[in-house]
Design a protein around this ligand. Structure first.
Ligand code: NDP
Length: 331
């Protein structure tokens, strides 16, 4: 395949990073045994970081960003995947040190590829993407510590209007949870968050006391945190005895303040969640649940964009002012 095709290319010059749409050939793609014609990608927080100077996502330039993609196999040197098969890829090194999904073609190792389950379209898979996959992992992690729709538990989702948070709310609703609290920063998000399944929307002033306490009134049994930083610090003292908080993100900063008190006096647990290197052999089962069990296609919070519109999306994600998921239509 020697034809030219379109991709977003991130380059570095004199320490400054810039990106643009370029016409490239497969020569520029990283090595791998499966070549995929990309149908859709999606835009995640990490993709926004990837195009920033000192974003911390890309180390070697030039690079094609895009940590997620769905498409059709064009050629495969691995017997597990056949030409014409529909597939998806999320995470691993895609869009970081290995050329990623903001491109008409992607070449990846077969060990990163998941067969698109029956019942999900290419677009559906990217509405979910890394954000949705991470939301599912966070919920499964909390469930392993006792979170259950059969119990009368107060659940809190932070960063609720973003990609991970908004999918988490829909998944919790789909799973039958009844007390789904969404933490948001803007009042204008309230209607949307209620429409996708939150039972209550809390704003910072409802949740954080002026003077943080080491141990505060117990309000939440389980917390799905995507923000980190001060938000995670402020919530920890409000978790019920025996409760847990999953942590997957740092939209609000990488540092958080804590004392040992919630752990030693209330038996609270913090549970880390990583989707990037989550084992490939366990991924099929989760994607199949998205196809059969969880229907999260609330169009209210999904926007379709093309490469030419990406800059606006990056700007809004950086400002924390976007809502939900952006799918990138490649073909
Ligand atoms: P989004 O940008 O879509 O959402 C983040 C949300 O966090 C915002 O919408 C906002 O919601 C809230 N927020 C609170 N404080 C801030 C702040 N200071 N700046 C920006 N946003 C803030 O990101 P994603 O949902 O795609 O990702 C969320 C986090 O999870 C990111 O840090 C990302 O890197 C991480 N992540 C980790 C993964 C893993 O495998 N561990 C996988 C996927 C994502 P609101 O206004 O409602 O408060």
């Amino acid at each position: 395949m020697n034809n030219e095709f379109k991709a977003i290319v991130v380059r570095e010059k004199d320490g400054e990073v810039s990106h643009s749409i370029e016409r490239i050939t497969t020569e520029m793609l990283s090595e791998g045994d499966v070549l995929i014609k990309v149908a859709y990608s999606s835009v995640n927080f990490k993709d926004m970081l990837a195009v920033q100077t000192k974003g911390g996502v890309i180390r070697d330039y030039p690079m094609i960003p895009g940590i997620d993609l769905s498409g059709t196999v064009v050629s495969s040197e691995n017997s597990k995947f056949k030409v014409g098969q529909d597939v998806l890829v999320t995470g691993f090194q895609t869009g970081m040190s290995h050329t990623g999904g903001f491109s008409e073609y992607v070449r990846v190792p077969a060990e990163w590829v998941v067969a698109l389950p029956k019942g999900l379209s290419h677009r559906d898979a990217m509405v979910i993407g890394t954000a949705g996959f991470t939301a599912a992992l966070s919920i499964m992690t909390l469930e392993s510590k006792g979170m259950s729709p059969d119990m009368d538990q107060e659940i809190l989702v932070t960063g609720a209007s973003g990609g991970v948070g908004s999918v988490a709310i829909q998944l919790l609703r789909e799973s039958g949870y009844k007390k789904i609290n969404a933490l948001a920063r803007e009042e204008n998000e309230i209607e949307k968050l209620l429409s996708i399944g939150a039972t209550k929307v809390l704003l910072a002033r409802d949740v954080f006391p002026e003077k943080p306490k080491v141990l505060d009134t117990q309000k939440f049994h389980y917390v799905l945190d995507v923000v980190g930083g001060e938000v995670a610090s402020g919530i920890l003292p409000q978790i019920y005895y025996g409760g847990s908080m999953s942590m997957c993100g740092n939209a609000g900063g990488i540092k958080f303040n804590a004392t040992v008190m919630p752990f030693i006096l209330r038996g609270v647990s913090i549970l880390g969640v990583d989707s990037v290197n989550f084992p490939i052999e366990k991924r099929d089962a989760i994607w199949t649940r998205f196809a059969n069990e969880w229907h999260i296609m609330s169009q209210a919070i999904v926007k379709d964009v093309v490469m030419e519109e990406l800059d606006e999306v990056f700007k809004n994600i950086k400002a924390g002012s976007h809502t939900g998921r952006h799918v990138l239509k490649i073909v």
